[in-house]
Structures are given as C-alpha cells and as structure tokens.
Design a protein around this ligand. Sequence first.
Ligand code: SF4
Length: 394
Amino acid sequence: MQPDSVDVDEPLAVDVPPAPHDASGERVPIRDLAGLAPPPRPARRWTPRRVVATPAALDHPHGRRIVGRVEALGIEVERLRANRLTGLRGETERETYARAKSTLAIVVSPPSRRRLQPIAPSADWRVDLAEGCPAHCQYCYLAGSLSGPPVTRVYADLDEILDGLAEYAGRGTVTSRDARRAEEGTTFEASCYTDPLALEHLTGSWRRAVEHFAGWDAPVQLRWTTKYDDVGTFVGLAHAGRTRVRFSVNCLPVSTRFEGGTSPVPARLAALRRLALDGYPVGLTIAPIIALPDWRTHYGELLDLVAAAVDGVPGLDLTAELITHRFTPGSREVLLGWYPRTRLEMDETRRSRKHGKFGAVKFVYPRETMTELRSWFTAELTARVPACRILYWT
Ligand code: SF4
C-alpha cells in the first residue's frame, strides 16, 4: 500500500527515527544485531481473514496439506463449489483492495505459470509457487502486473511444479550466460509475484522447495527475496547450499513509511544472520533505492546495520542486488487507487522515460541521479561490507 511519500525536493514531513526500531517502537541498538539468535520477538505472521480452497486444489496432496496447516492454526477454510473465486469485490476500490488483501485462496496454478520465463537480471527462470502478498508496500512491484483484486493465491500443485523444473536445468539464458555468476548454476527465482516468508507458515511450500533443491544433484539454485523474518523452520533444514535467501531491505524513512505489514528491517537482518550462520548463501535486495533528501546518510545507516548483522559469520556468502525506484503509467495508476494519499514521489516530469521489453514505458531517475546513486552504493558497500558481492545494478 502507499501512504506517505518521499518528495525528493522537500524534507520529509514526518520525523525519521535516528536508529532502527522494532515493531513496538523500541530502539534496537546496532551492536545487538550481531547477537540475535534466536530473534528477540516472535516473527511476524500473517493471519488471513478469509481462506478459500477450490475443488481442483483439494485434488492435490499439497492442497490438502495447506488446508490441514491452516485449520491447525484455528482458521476456517471455506470449500468452494467451483474453481472460481467470488465475493472479492467491495463497494469501492478501497474496499475491494482490503477484502482481497485479507483473503488467501488455495488454487491450482494456471497453465501459463507452468511454462517458465527468464527473469533478468535476477535468474535464469521464474518459478511461481504463489501469486499475491499480504503486505502493503506503497511502491509494490505487483501493481499493474497482476490483474483483478490483489488476493493472495497459493498453489496446490506444488509437487508437479517442482517436478517440472528438471527440464529447465542447464538451459539458462540469464545468470548462466554471465561468467561472473556461473557458479550459481541454473537459477530459479521463486518470489517474483509474492513474498515467500509471508506465506510459509500457511503453506510449507518454500520449505519443500528448499528440500527439493537440496536433493537435486545438479548445478542448480533456488533463490527468493523477502521482507519478512520468519526463518525458524528453515534453520537446520538440509539445504545443501542450493538456496539463496535474500532479504529486501531499505533505509528507515522508506521502510517505516512505505512498507506496511512487513517485518522491521532489523528483524530481517537478524533473520539473514541466522540463515548465514546455518550455511545458507544469503543476499540483500536493496530496493527500491529512493533518492530522498539525505539519502547518503540514511542508506549509510542501513549499510552499517548490514555490516553488524554479518559480522563474524564464518564462510559468509553474501550478495547484493541494487534496484532503483521506477514505475510505469499502469503501476502508478493502480498504486494511486490503492493508496490515494501516498507521498511516494511518482512524478513523471522528474523522471527519465525508458522503454523496456516489448516497448513498455517506465519512468526511472534521470541519468545524473542514477550515476550519483550507483557510484555511492558501489563505493560504500565495498568499504562498509567488503564481503558483499554486487550482482547487478538497475
Ligand atoms: S512485500 Fe513485495 S510483493 Fe508484498 S506488498 Fe511489498 S513490494 Fe509488494
């Protein structure tokens, strides 16, 4: 969702806390991040208001497993009579948004999702285990990409999805063609249209995927990114180093103002540390990078938090993916419908117009701003977190 926004020409109207705060508003001293195992409070978990399952989903063992997990949490599951989701529309767009965002649907993936597409610059292939997310980021990447109300759909045909990956091994055209990333093997990105750790407690899907890749004796890697911190069930899992979990992080003015319903950044970094100590390759997705006033100071504080979080981790394998803020005419319209009072800067006149794949228009920062941001992030990441490998900038 999108509430307040960042205006790049004016100071932020809301006081920005000088140090990280957890959900209760308590300050989290930087030095405490390095010692957080287990985390200081329970991980954030989404409880949907309504859960529905289609008849086709119940034909799949994993669909029935999800129903079992949800019911064990004391949440009722409505069995639908047909393979159609209904009752999601409200009187207004806001009401539709609220209804959809609090609904979980257990469904079978559409056939189009089973034909994997390359997903540059992140991975060779995009694999979807779900679509939709319960969080409310005001810049959400899903806006304009998905059609209909933003209900969260989780896929019951997980076993078939995972079995279908074998034919893509060794056929990558994105990371596999990049000599610097060749050691990653054929990569599969499992968070394009969702946030895995927001849903794992309800589905168990990503844990099964980690186990699937661990048992797959081939140069392959599963990867996903998250704004949550619910990693407890992944610690101690046999992962064989074939899953890279990245945490999407941002400076405090962005994360506290624009990332509703997510876990606080210090909690995400504590989760990153737990997985790194458990031998997982880990990563940072710093996105969206926003050129707000004093961005050097705010992002400098973020990088210091990262440095503290990975301090002393033996055999650390840490990457960074750096993604600047951008929007399309379509995503802007959807986001303004969802978050009409947002203060997120989406002013086309202050951006450069670029044409993406298939001629789609997107608005990015002007070249000078991009150059300043890129130079600063490259230099400061190298200086403050020397173990971190930058995979790409966009
Ligand atoms: S966590 Fe990702 S998918 Fe979910 S609302 Fe935020 S940007 Fe969108």
